[in-house]
Write a protein that binds this ligand. Sequence first.
Ligand SMILES: [Fe+2]
Length: 132
Amino acid sequence: MHNLHMHEKTTTSSLNNTFSAMDSSNKDQWMAIGHETSKNQPRVAQSILTMLNSLKDIVDGFSVDQLTHSLQTATRAEEDKAEPQMIVAALCHDIGKAISVANHAQIAAEILRPYVDEDVYNVIRTHQEFQG
Ligand SMILES: [Fe+2]
């Protein structure tokens, strides 16, 4: 059985299956996992777009649905010649509402955190405090 396990180390998926505890993993396995994760990174953008698109079903008493609100906000940022990251922030600041309105700003901020500067992250995280 143990030898069969050793021979399986020829493909990435079998590499991922060769350990079931962190302390029995090795560098090659983690290199393969890192490679696969990077290769699959576009799914993050797709997930964000799916969340954004789902906001069309949320109105919650506002005059427009939340997708329209997001597009309006991004359009205004673009017209103000904001930095690209800030336009992304304007577009995506409410995507957390796809999961939970109560803490949506923090959800959106954490999703976008690896892809934006710290100040943009903080604008998204605290955007509810700017509403007058
Ligand atoms: Fe918001």
